[in-house]
Structures are given as structure tokens and as C-alpha cells.
Design a protein around this ligand. Structure first.
Ligand SMILES: [Zn+2]
Length: 497
């Protein structure tokens, strides 16, 4: 059907009307002219709302295990944590998997240990992953399973208290702990993915890059999204990449391989040039030779290498490895790039990789200055300096670490969230912040131009009338993805039919 949208602001373009038909944007301009081309179509007066290109989330996860998990975000005390666990035990779970605890939100301001939860979880193995995903708490039952199964591989990743493991594990320890959790059924995962896709489309997100996907998830994802207008590109794990390369299982959904150079600030595992305020420099998970191997693996699949690098030390290393191997440009993605002093920005700019950032960390990492000091916090999430150095930034959520809602994230990039006082000079304009979400490294750019495929979002508000921080309340009225209506808000339903 032909659809003529009038009385709109067209993001970045001249005109007040857009004509859509045959899956394409047919025309953009002022109503008199566009109307002549739109004869016979349906006209909707949108009362001054803004139309934007559809949005992309360049780094998200599909937390398969979350299908049956206990939500621990928002828990404010150790007692609150125990109450959640008591409920999980009562509901008959054979294994308890929880996600999202943050000791900084606890009244007690300390990390829980297995001795805090053993009496309520008893014989039910329990794995509780911290909000950052790089630290987990295991009860004694799960810890014993972990040590019996993977003991020698995780020796360096368990925390000791008076010489005894206290149940906290890091990095590889978390990966192996997650392997203990029984997988949900394929049908459960498919249902989960379809709900996940519907939620993304309701935000006007039509393209996502899914990170750290294994071969099994790739297969299910493909099946679950069949017929759904959410475009998903995947970055597989190195193990999956080897399997795919060996067995010739190439798939058009594959955009590259994702690896880790370090951990997170929350876990004190992001690798820093200078120590954390409480000591330690974090962990290094790559060296020149593993970086080279991963890059070759990604290239053998015709994809990019996406490197998780948060600390300045980790980013500096990736820059130096890339230089010595002659790798540059968009064959490389840097995920997060959280701490970038001017010399690191210069190094990055000389490589010019895709830089994939998560503005909502500005809200969640409100404690950053406590951990690395205010001088370094100044260079946390330095979006403006990175942009001015000529780097292309790509916006993303890192869901489930941060919410899927892109408007919350865009608003944080403009307001600087909780880190305003350290780095307000790094604030982006509303236009810059939105632009980071109109593109992704895998699919390219959504654009409002005559002749382009219709990937667009009608918002419930006029963007030019809103202050940056008000963007968080924006909602889509109508979402068109690949020329198909992918979401219709209640406010517009009656006007359409
Ligand atoms: Zn991630």
C-alpha cells in the first residue's frame, strides 16, 4: 500500500512529507509536490512528529540462559538477594541461575559470598552473575561442581578468603560456571527470541548485531527470526568460528568473530595502564599471537574481528598489535573503548576501526570515578573526542547489560548521565547521538532518501522541540522495516485502518 505521511519533521532532510510504497521511500519533500505522486494512497497527518531512519543496535546479546533466570537487578541488600533465592527454591527450580546483582546497590556495600547464600539454596546448585557479566557468585554446591569439572582450568579465576574459595569467580571462571547451567529447550529459546525481536521492533530498532554467538544459537536464531523483519547479523565465538571454518558451515548471517582483550570496570578486570585506586591493573586476555590467530580466523570467514577492550591498557595493546600486523580500517571493531586518553584516541584514529559504544554505561557506571579516580574518569566514554578525531562511533546497548531502549541511551549520550560532572565536555548533540544509531558495522546505514528501502520510524514527538535529556521519553508510533510495517502504536492504529 501507498502511505503518505504529512505534517512531519524529516530527520536531516528538507520537507514535511514522506511517501512510502512498494517497500521503498518513494519521495520526500513538501506536501504539495509529494501529494501529487501519492495519489490513491492513504494519507496520515502526524501533527509535527519526527520521522527518523530506523535504528540499529550494534552490540547486543541473546541471553539464552536467561529464559529461566532470576532477575537480580534492583536488589538493594543481601537480605533482598536471599529473599529472591528463597522464592526460586520454592518455585521448584532444579538449578538457580540469577543475573544482575550489584554490591554497590546493596546497603551492606560488599560482595556476597557463598556463606551468605548456602543456607537458603542448600543442595540446589546456584550461579549468580554480577551485573557486569564478568564476576559470578556460586553457592558451595555449584562451586564443588565447578571445581570437580573444570578445576585445573579455572584455578586463576577463583577468589580466596583465608585460603578458601569464597564462591566468587571471574572471567573464565564465569564462562565455565555458565556451562553448568542446564540449557532451556529449543522451543523455549525460539519463543524467547521472538519476544526479544518484537520488543526491539517496538523501539524502532530494525537491525541488531548479536555478539558471542555459538553455532547452536546461530541455527536457532535463523529459524526463530524467519519471517520477522528484524535484521540480525552475528559475531560468533572463536570456537564456533573454527567449527564453521572446518566444516564449511558458512552462513550469510555471520559478520565476524568476537573476542575479549580484557574484563570490566565493575569486576576490576578491565586492563588499565595504571592501577585501580584499590590496586591491581585488571586482566589481559589477548596477546599478539592470539590476536593474530583470531584475526586470521575472522578473515577466513570473510568477517570482521570484534575485540572487547574497555581499559586504556587493553585498547593500547589492541592498537599496537594491529599496527605491528598491518591491520587497520573496518576489518576491526573495538567494542566499548571505554577509557581513552588523548594519546589512545590518536592511536585509534590512526587505525580507524569501527568503535562500538554503549552510552547507557554513563548511567550504570556512576561509581567510575571512585574506582579509577576523577582524572581518569574524565576520559571515560569520551564520545565527543572520539568523534572529533574522525572515528565512526556506533551506538549499542550490550543488552542484557543495559536496557534495549535506544532512547534511554541516546539521552545519556547527550546528558552524560551520572558522569556529567567529570566529563560534560564529552556530551554529544542530539543529532550526533541519534546518528550513532542509524548504522551498524554489519549492515551499514539506514537513510531517509527517495529510492532507498523503507526503514523508518515515526516518533510520538517532535525531536526539534525536545531537550536532549527528554529524548528518553520518546516512543515510536509506527515502525517500517524492510518496507514492511513492523510495529504500530495504539495512538496511530485508528488513523491507519
Ligand atoms: Zn557485550
Amino acid at each position: 500500500m501507498r502511505l503518505l505521511l504529512t505534517n512531519v519533521e524529516v530527520f536531516g532532510e528538507e520537507g514535511d512529507s514522506i511517501l512510502v510504497g512498494k517497500g521503498k521511500i518513494l519521495s520526500i519533500g513538501y506536501e504539495d509536490r509529494v501529494r501529487k505522486e501519492g495519489l490513491g494512497g492513504k494519507t496520515i497527518d502526524l501533527g509535527g512528529s519526527t520521522v527518523i531512519p530506523s535504528l540499529h543496535d550494534s552490540h547486543a546479546h541473546i541471553p539464552v540462559l536467561a529464559v529461566n533466570s532470576v532477575e537480580l537487578k534492583g536488589v538493594t541488600s543481601l537480605e533482598g538477594l536471599r529473599v529472591k533465592l528463597v522464592r526460586a527454591v520454592r518455585s521448584g527450580n532444579k538449578f538457580i541461575y540469577g543475573r544482575g546483582w550489584d554490591e554497590r546497590a546493596f546497603r551492606e556495600r560488599r560482595r556476597p559470598t557463598r556463606w551468605d547464600i548456602d543456607d537458603v539454596t542448600g543442595d540446589i546448585p546456584t550461579v549468580l552473575v554480577r551485573v557486569c557479566g564478568h564476576v559470578a557468585l556460586l553457592n558451595t554446591k555449584a562451586l564443588n561442581q565447578l571445581l570437580n569439572t573444570y578445576g585445573d582450568r579455572i584455578r586463576d579465576f577463583i577468589e580466596l578468603e583465608d585460603g578458601k574459595p569464597n564462591g566468587l569467580v571471574y572471567e573464565d571462571g564465569v564462562d565455565y560456571a555458565l556451562k553448568l547451567i542446564p540449557k532451556p529447550s529449543e522451543t523455549e529459546i525460539e519463543d524467547f527470541i521472538r519476544k526479544y525481536a518484537a520488543e526491539y521492533l517496538s523501539y524502532g530498532v530494525t537491525h541488531i548485531n548479536v555478539m558471542s554467538v555459538d553455532y547452536e544459537l546461530l541455527r536457532i536464531l535463523k529459524k526463530a527470526l524467519n519471517g520477522i523483519p528484524l535484521n540480525a547479523g552475528v559475531y560468533v565465538t572463536p570456537e564456533a568460528a573454527e567449527l564453521i571454518a572446518d566444516k564449511g558451515l558458512m552462513d550469510p548471517m555471520i559478520c565476524g568473530v568476537k573476542v575479549f582483550a580484557d574484563g570490566s570496570f565493575g569486576g576490576r578486570t578491565a586492563f588499565l595502564r595504571e592501577p585501580y585506586k584499590e590496586g591491581g591493573r585488571g586482566v589481559q586476555l589477548l596477546n599478539l599471537s592470539s590476536f593474530k590467530n583470531y584475526f586470521e580466523l575472522a578473515s577466513s570467514l570473510g568477517g570482521q574481528l570484534a575485540v572487547h577492550a574497555i581499559g586504556d591498557g587493553a585498547i593500547e595493546n589492541v592498537v599496537s598489535y594491529s599496527r605491528s600486523l598491518g591491520i587497520n580500517g573496518h576489518r576491526l571493531r573495538i567494542e566499548h573503548a571505554s577509557l581513552t586518553q588523548p594519546d589512545i584516541i590518536e592511536g585509534l584514529a590512526s587505525l580507524n576501526p569501527h568503535v562500538v559504544v554503549q552510552p547507557h554505561f554513563l548511567v550504570s557506571d556512576w561509581w567510575l570515578a571512585d574506582v579509577i579516580g576523577p582524572e581518569r574518569a574524565r576520559w571515560g566514554y569520551a564520545f565527543r573526542s572520539l568523534t572529533e578525531a574522525g572515528l565512526s562511533l556506533y551506538g549499542s546497548s550490550d543488552f542484557p547489560v543495559e536496557p534495549k531502549d535506544p532512547y534511554l541511551s541516546i539521552s545519556a549520550a547527550v546528558s552524560r548521565g551520572m558522569l556529567q560532572k567529570y566529563s560534560y565536555s564529552e556530551a554529544l548533540t542530539k543529532e550526533q547521538a541519534f546518528s550513532m544509531y542509524f548504522r551498524d558495522p554489519c549492515f551499514g546505514v539506514s537513510m531517509l532518501k527517495g529510492g532507498r528501502r523503507a526503514d523508518l520510524v515515526v516518533l510520538n514527538n517532535s525531536l526539534s522541540a525536545l531537550h536532549g535529556y527528554d529524548v528518553s521519553a520518546v516512543k515510536p508510533l509506527l515502525v517500517v522495516s524492510s518496507g514492511r510495517i513492523a510495529y504500530i502504536g495504539n495512538d496511530i492504529l485508528s488513523k491507519l485502518f
